[in-house]
Write a protein that binds this ligand. Sequence first.
Ligand code: NDP
Length: 306
Amino acid sequence: MTEATYDLAIIGTGAAGYTASIYASRYNVSNIVIGASVGGQTAEAHLIQNYPSYIEIRGSELMEKMKNHVETYGNPIVFDNVDKITGREGDFTIETQSGTSYNAKSLLLAIGMKRRKLGVDGEERLLGKGVTYCSTCDGPFYKNKTVAIIGGSDSANTASLYFSTLASKVFQIYRKDKLRGEPAWADKVVANYKIELIYNTTVVGINGEEKLTSVTLDKPYQGSDKLELDGLFIEIGAEPDPTLPKQLNLELDENNFIKVEKDQKTNVPGIWAAGDITTNSNHFHQTITAAAEGAVAAHNVFTTLQ
Ligand code: NDP
């Protein structure tokens, strides 16, 4: 089934995609937003304290508000995985997992990044059986349980703080000797008596048959290289998925980020990119920088289509 032609197809339902849709709509650029998640990585953040106008807001709530804002302009949002994109400037076809295809004159890739994996034995086998990549999604199952969070930046720090209010015991395992990310979060973690920090340590194995029972550490902690756990939350950042960009012959940097000009144009006519997936914003991956890139891209689509 083929649907109507839009001026712009926005691939991605995070801050960049939603903001681009709002701006495009106000420029009378007809648009459709297509993406698998309900709000990108921001929706998975426990608390956001640096998005202006909200002193503190849950990530999922902020993204729900952005989605509602998009919907006021009446352009469709479709929650589906994009499998394939073909065509050229003026006539792109977007095919989704559910078997629907959409046509658009221009494209904006706001596809964010995918969760980084640890790459150790047991990780895949015990995924969903005690091992998870999304603290806020799966956290409520670990009330009064023993959990460990891996990582030392904002995702891991905010996850540990979240579990300190929920779990009976929280370990944070970090490969270096000092947490990084925003000191506003890191200082709270260090000061939190419920969070036990295990520095200079790496998880080298994840153990359990039917469900997670423990992790193996690369060096003993309190006399043992095994740490018994009910839940393991891998919060070690994200990396670009180059599948769609490569289909479209987009120029990528050495780490698979899409190279863009300051107006968010890619090397291929008719295709823009915005948000965490691009080389812009000094690689400062924040909700506000993603939103800003989406706005710049939408404005440039508008001026280009004139
Ligand atoms: P980051 O890339 O910032 O950090 C990843 C962390 O995982 C680092 O501590 C890194 O270690 C560690 N790590 C990476 N690979 C491995 C590995 N193979 N084994 C063990 N540890 C590993 O990702 P985040 O998701 O934390 O943050 C991404 C962006 O999102 C940031 O800009 C952040 O500010 C933002 N963010 C904001 C939040 C908020 O404000 N509420 C919440 C979450 C994220 P090392 O330090 O050694 O590199």
